[in-house]
Write a protein of this length. Structure first.
Length: 164
């Protein structure tokens, strides 16, 4: 059965999930953030099949998250590096790790800064710097009217008025 694509959804969360919403892609990103660049090192560190790794790396390259190059010392070796677009996903990756550290059942790994200190919890802040909580965040229309957002609002307003 073909996978449903979110590429044409007019929602940034759906579009982001389309690009990186796969467990292997998230782990490839994690490894890239921590210095893995070679195809064979990704495969070894992730214990992933060659077929799955090849597909996921190609998708990340096609989406502009990773850049692909060939090693100067070994022309057979494929190297992958984070692009600026890929580096922007560090906050997402750290936030996911912090969530997992808080709600996970095991304490295997901690992500810290290079000086050995814990990283401050990633938070949502307003333009004034005020930390925002769940109920203080709203979604609004961007450049175009979002049918996705309109549907969500309609459902919430209907359910809210019914009290269930």
């Amino acid at each position: 059965m073909p996978r449903t694509s979110f590429r044409d959804k007019d929602c940034p969360v759906a579009q982001g999930a389309e690009i990186i919403g796969d467990k292997w892609k998230i782990l490839i990103l994690r490894n890239a953030f921590f210095g893995i660049t070679r195809y064979d090192d990704f495969q070894k560190s992730l214990d992933i099949s060659s077929k799955v790794l090849t597909i996921r790396l190609a998708e990340l390259v096609n989406d502009g998250i990773l850049a692909k190059d060939t090693s100067v010392s070994d022309r057979r070796a494929k190297l992958y590096s984070l692009t600026a677009k890929g580096k922007d996903l560090l906050t997402f990756t750290i936030s996911l790790a912090q969530w997992s550290e808080r709600w996970g059942q095991e304490d295997w790994v901690r992500i810290i800064s290079e000086d050995g200190k814990p990283i401050e919890k990633i938070t949502m802040r307003s333009y004034t710097g005020k930390e925002l909580q769940h109920g203080e965040v709203l979604i609004t229309h961007g450049k175009s009217k979002s049918a996705e957002l309109s549907t969500i609002r309609e459902i919430v307003e209907t359910r809210g008025s019914l009290g269930s």
